[in-house]
Design a protein around this ligand. Structure first.
Ligand SMILES: [Fe+2]
Ligand SMILES: [Fe+2]
Length: 425
């Protein structure tokens, strides 16, 4: 007689437990034994299933009572917590699962240290503990901000969260603090926390698009990981701190060039480190030489004089000098710094290199750098829309590698949706 099976939710099985029944998956029209009874169902097993988008498992019908006993044991193992485990969707109670996803969909985890110096915020801050989110007591009874947060108003454990709709406010709050910290007495460690937090938001802002495909979401996670790795790298992070202290716009631009270079790198098939990491580091540091240029010239509204333009062009030379002085960086990283203003036609600077003389990383950085410069908003100038920028760049056929450009347009097309949805700006 044919065996019959019962479908159970993947979340019905808790990681690092030992089910005493066989687990099956349904594949190509039949039930396949996935995990034998009495083997530990570990985190790796769960992660593989989640990665493959498996939401259900199956058990043999005669094992139903074993499964029910198992669930009871798991619930009993979590006294007073209604079977709640901390993360990875490993809740037993469906109401808790729903609650968990509501939190993930609506809230964003923020760093406690952003708030420790007693200051005003114009958005409410919440405390996430277990599977619950509570508004901090300091906000209670006062509907409208600004609110003053002090270190003793922050909880000792759990994490702080804000509503996702308040992300632009949080970003503005961090930006003000970062700009102030460049001249003030803020300790380096605190500046580093603010900078890392801000960088996290910038990468997220660039990559997050709720309408993007599963493939794009997966790619975004990988990009976030590579960029995160570079931010943990001493050279990358201290370089970025230096840029930020000098000029906030160049810092945002450097983060964008880093993120978009990695995205384009993935699109052309550079999946492995250290290639992606060198590309990311090059993107992060490509304009570091601007630290040696007078900010009045960098921020000058309108056209630069010939003399000023010559000075700005020196940022490439200064950048290489700075990086060679202090660090032993791979040649590929230095090439990004050296070549991001070279053009295939030979009309770029500083050396007027031509197509065959410019490295792949140099060509990637040139496209991404030009794109971000065209789309960036400045206090004196609104950037053009991403679609207009791609249009401008793709018409400059003699300057950029057109194969890379097509990949870049494809990448941003996936990221930005259809042109009709875009507002010209
Ligand atoms: Fe540059
Ligand atoms: Fe640049």
């Amino acid at each position: 007689m044919e065996k019959s099976y019962i479908q159970i939710p993947l979340r019905g099985i808790v990681a690092e437990t030992v089910p005493d029944f066989d687990l099956y998956i349904f594949q190509a029209g039949s039930y396949v034994l996935y995990r034998k009874a009495h083997y530990c169902f570990d985190h790796d097993t769960l992660a593989k299933l989640v990665d493959s988008c498996v939401e259900s498992l199956f058990i043999a019908k005669p094992d139903l009572s074993l499964y029910e006993d198992y669930r009871q044991r798991v619930l009993d193992g979590q006294p007073g917590k209604s079977g709640v485990l901390s993360y990875e969707g490993l809740f037993v109670d469906p109401d808790e699962v729903r609650k968990y996803y509501q939190i993930v969909d609506n809230f964003f985890s923020v760093e406690d240290e952003s708030f420790i110096d007693g200051l005003e915020v114009d958005f409410p801050v919440f405390h996430h503990q277990g599977n619950d989110v509570f508004i901090l007591p300091v906000f209670a009874g006062k509907e409208q901000g600004p609110w003053v947060l002090s270190p003793w108003a922050l909880p000792a454990d759990g994490e702080l969260m804000i509503k996702k709709e308040d992300l632009p406010r949080y970003q503005a709050f961090l930006e003000n603090k970062l700009v102030a910290s460049a001249t003030g007495e803020t300790p380096v460690k605190r500046k580093a926390v603010l900078l890392r937090e801000m960088s996290k938001l910038l990468v997220q802002g660039l990559l997050e698009d709720p309408s993007s495909s599963e493939a794009m979401k997966k790619l975004s996670n990988q990009i976030t990981e590579v960029v995160g790795f570079i931010l943990d790298n001493e050279e990358g992070f201290y370089g970025l701190m230096r840029i930020q202290a000098h000029d906030f716009y160049t810092y945002v631009h450097s983060m964008n060039v880093c993120t978009l270079s990695v995205a384009l790198g993935y699109t052309i098939g550079l999946f492995k480190s250290p290639d992606l990491e060198m590309l990311a580091l090059g993107g992060l540091l490509h304009d570091i030489g601007k630290c040696r240029i007078d900010p009045k010239i960098i921020h000058k509204p309108g056209k630069l004089s010939l003399n000023e333009f010559i000075k700005v062009k020196n940022h490439v030379k200064f950048g290489i000098e700075m990086l060679k002085e202090s660090h032993d960086l791979p040649a590929e990283v230095l090439q990004v710094v050296a070549m991001h203003h070279e053009r295939l036609s030979g009309g770029g600077y500083p050396l007027g290199l031509r197509n065959g003389q410019i490295s792949l990383f140099g060509k990637i950085a040139a496209i991404v750098d030009a794109f971000d410069s065209l789309t960036a908003d400045r206090p004196y100038k609104k950037g053009i829309s991403p679609f207009q920028a791609l249009d401008v760049l793709s018409k400059t056929t003699t300057d950029y590698d057109m194969d890379l450009m097509r990949r870049f347009i494809f990448l941003l097309g996936r990221q930005l949706g259809s042109p009709q949805n875009q507002q010209a700006g």
